[in-house]
Design a protein around this ligand. Structure first.
Ligand code: PEP
Ligand code: MG
Length: 531
């Protein structure tokens, strides 16, 4: 059989090479009888208790994100209305499984149709919960035990978060889903754990054998040719440098001894490993969305301030660049972003939205101004497309600073830089000289330059692979502007975390890279062989 490539949606980066193994779908016989209604009810109660015990055990060992998901499930299991609905159906003669599935069906549909992503993501959690209880009813266990070979690429139609958390990812390769989405809770968990995940691949029934999961680009490659395999093995062993303490600890210098600054991108401070931070030159991008996403209300100013201060403390004097809230586009925030936008990537997102919604932005600004007295803090504005946006943001920072000082509170104005992710900035950077520094967001810069949505996958994603000459020209423009003005120019988009792209970025004159923490070792290794 010759090599075949199936395109899906990249949902959690990484590469897996291994046998494709279909995960038993755990589908249970919902019509199975346990006896009279009393026996059915007893079976349901026992299954719910068993499921709740398992979920509580998983939650006890979980990090914050996983715990939040699992605790919602435990809470739903204790919902008397849900159990009462199933009990009523059982009293009317329904088998326990059918009664339970029917009681959850309405909830799953209601959550699945919600306008807000936050609630839609809950539909998957409920389906997961339904299946766990059904598994116990049918098999006496949530999941039928299955032997999974080391390094396997697991295939499923979709997968619930608790099922994902129950698998031993230290010995498995990655996950290929026929359905699913990159905004699901499962995808968030996979990203937090560094498990490669591609969603939306379509039917994979009957596919077996050795495969490659390229979750950076959203492909599964079936029956890979020997040179495809060799290429991916090479990429993966470069990634092996990430866990090698010596590779991590080396200073980032090129072969000719030129120093390159390597900083980290922080999406979730809870997942930031201290030894990686210690091996870096600081934090080049804090995606402050972590404070806002997955909750019903924006966080209080004090909560934000404490989070920024904790990062400054961890960075121990090295720079920490916090990007102000960047929502909209690929990062919707329920209740804040506009669900009806026809083209959210070109809509009210990033700094545009913050300036439009000062009641959302001001607490963040105050938290940053107050945290700035505690370390080497810099602030970065996302999605700037017009110089007025910098001016307006500066006015807001100045006004809040004056207010804090008038109230006798310690505060300082940090440097304010901008992301370079809209081509308008990179084409005429001199118009944006009011920024103190620049950081190139290649993810968005590529999508806007090539008119290729970053979450499109498939043929569209292929347009955005590697370093396109037009994007290279824009980066060179920024590097030249940095040289002329003495302002820092870094790259913090995913391109900086790709060893294959690092040589080209260094050739363009880039000397500051902000990378995914998991990629630090491989990026230092790529720098060391350059020049
Ligand atoms: C980028 O666009 O490259 C970037 C770093 O920001 P984000 O991926 O968070 O949009
Ligand atoms: Mg961006």
């Amino acid at each position: 059989m010759s090599e075949r490539r199936i395109a899906g949606e990249p949902a959690s980066r990484g590469i897996a090479i291994g046998p494709l193994v279909r995960l038993a779908d755990g589908s249970a016989e919902i019509g199975r009888r346990h006896g009279d209604p009393a026996a059915e009810r007893a079976a349901l109660d026992a299954a719910i208790t068993a499921a709740r015990t398992e979920l509580a055990e998983l939650a006890a060992a979980a990090d914050e994100l996983a715990r939040e998901i699992l605790e919602f499930q435990v809470e739903m299991l204790g919902d008397p209305a849900l159990v009462a609905e199933a009990a009523e159906a059982i009293a009317g003669g329904a088998p326990a499984g059918a009664a339970w599935a029917a009681a959850l069906a309405g909830q799953i549909v209601a959550f699945g149709e919600a306008e807000e992503e936050y609630f839609r993501a809950r539909a998957g959690d409920l389906a997961d919960l339904r299946d766990r209880v059904l598994g116990h009813l049918a098999n006496g266990a949530a999941v039928v035990p299955q032997t999974l070979p080391a390094g396997a690429i697991l295939v499923a139609h979709d997968l619930g978060p608790s099922r994902f958390l129950g698998l031993d990812w230290s010995r498995l390769g990655g996950l290929a889903l026929e359905a699913g989405s990159r905004t699901s809770h499962l995808a968030m968990l996979a990203r937090a754990r560094g498990v490669p995940l591609v969603t939306g691949l379509g039917p994979l029934a009957g596919e077996t054998g050795e495969a490659v999961l390229d979750a950076a680009h959203g492909f599964v490659i079936l029956a890979p040719e020997p040179d495809t395999l060799a290429r991916y093995h090479a990429q993966r062993s470069a990634a092996g440098a990430d866990d090698d303490p010596a590779a991590l600890a080396r200073p980032a210098t090129t072969r000719s001894g030129e120093r390159v600054l390597t900083l980290l991108n922080v999406d979730d401070p809870a997942a930031l490993e201290p030894h990686r931070l210690a091996a870096s030159d600081g934090i080049g991008l804090v995606r402050s969305e972590f404070l806002f996403l997955g909750r019903e209300r924006p966080p209080e100013e004090a909560v934000q301030r404490r989070a920024y201060e904790a990062l400054l403390e961890a960075a121990a004097g090295r720079p920490v660049i916090v990007r102000t809230l960047d929502i909209g586009g690929d990062k919707p925030l329920p209740g804040v972003t506009l669900p009806q936008e026809r083209n959210p990537f070109l809509g009210l997102r990033g700094i545009r939205l913050c300036l439009e919604r000062p009641e959302l932005f001001r607490p963040q600004v105050r938290a940053l101004l107050r945290a700035a007295v505690r370390g080497n803090l810099k602030v970065m504005l996302p999605m700037v497309a017009h110089p007025d946006e910098i001016a307006e943001a500066r006015e807001l920072f100045a006004a809040e600073l004056a207010g804090l000082r008038a109230a006798g509170l310690a505060a300082a104005l940090p440097e304010i830089g901008i992301m370079v992710e809209v081509p308008a900035v990179a084409i005429r950077p001199e118009r944006f000289a009011a920024a103190d520094f620049f950081s190139i967001g290649s993810n968005d810069l590529i999508q806007y330059t090539l008119a290729a949505a970053r979450d499109a996958g498939g043929r569209v994603a292929r347009l955005a692979l590697g370093l396109d000459p037009a994007v290279a020209r824009l980066i060179a423009n920024m590097v030249d502007f940095g040289r002329e003005t003495g302002k820092e120019v870094s790259v913090c988009g995913d391109l900086a975390s790709e060893p294959d792209a690092v040589g080209a970025l260094l050739d363009l004159g880039v000397r500051r890279l902000s990378v995914a923490p998991a990629a630090l070792g491989r990026i230092k290794a790529a720098i060391a062989v350059h020049g």
